[in-house]
Design a protein. Sequence first.
Length: 416
Amino acid sequence: MAFAVLGLPLGVLGGVYAVAVLYGGALLSLTVLGLPFLVAALLGARGIGGLHRRLVGRLLDEPVAPPPPRDRPAGLFARGRVVLTDPVAWRSLLYLLLRLPLGTLGFLVAVGLPLACGWLAGFPLWVRLLEPGPRPVGWLDVLGPPAGLAVLAAVPVALRGLSRANRTLARALLGPVRSQQRVRHLESARATLLAENTDRLRQLERDLHDGTQAQLVALAITLSLADDALAELTELTERAEPADAAGLAPAGSGPGGAPGVGRLRTLVDRARRQTDDTIAGLRRLTRGIHPVALDAGLAEALPALTATSPVPVAVRLDLRERPEEVIERAVYFCAAELLTNVAKHSGARSVELSASAGDGKVRLTVRDDGRGGAVVGAGSGLAGLAERLAAVDGVLRVESPPGGPTTVAAELPCRL
């Protein structure tokens, strides 16, 4: 009811605005003021469309998904072109045009029909009040009250029909188009999948750390104890050899005992070394699945990563907000691979790593003073890195003239 009552003034204002925009844009199209006028008018139409979308959600209980925000490229002309080609603004303008007849009809149903109902139902009384004195009973005196009740019964039905039409119109013109909705669903599904994969990797890391690695450590301790026992046995055997030579060895002993113990000790030593190597490899694997330093965020993970680089790295961080865990992992492994490339291919003597997070963006820059010549797809791993960043809406830019320096910049969203 409230939406129908507000429909007339809002519809009139929106319709007048839309007509004025189209009329003024047509008149000014041949002048230098035409495009600026149309850009400003379309921005206003997008804003008014957002107001109507909120009203539909609050008064009609029909939540309409907001359209994606418009791009904001650098440069005045580029921004104007984006506004002129913005489908959301043009669809909002069309909504304002179509809202005028629907708003007028809704006001008539919400206000006009109840007034007509009151007039018809009380027609005999109104006539007596307006024309005192005796008068014959007419057909309106008989049919007026039933007709008024019939009109009153039709008001809820008409309001529901108009509300349904307004909901349909708002969904069709104020929300995202189907392609945008599909993109949004795919982005949501991708974010969910990445989060689930991250959780599974974390679980795998915990299982390896707390299960397999602990078992291998216990095995290494057991082998160490066995080695100690064999060392004692070897010592006892060596002490027994002089007695054996003098014919004092216990019964059942014989030559060849010491060489057998020595071979067994050699095998135990080899098993210990293999176990230690396996534990070290498993620790590297678990760190690769989820670096422990990332639990505290990039502010601690990146300095810890650069400390292991064979090339000196200067770190500059400006992390005003913390990105999602998936984005943090992508930034961390991007930095790790870039530093590895520098150490393997560039011949650099120093590296500068800068990372910032703010305004919904994460930016990572790695600059080295090496020989340069790095190209995406030239076997340096940059092509695969660009593909992995693209999976989380990231972009990789490489500037590496021959002779250097090389600057690799990655930009990712803080949230998916």
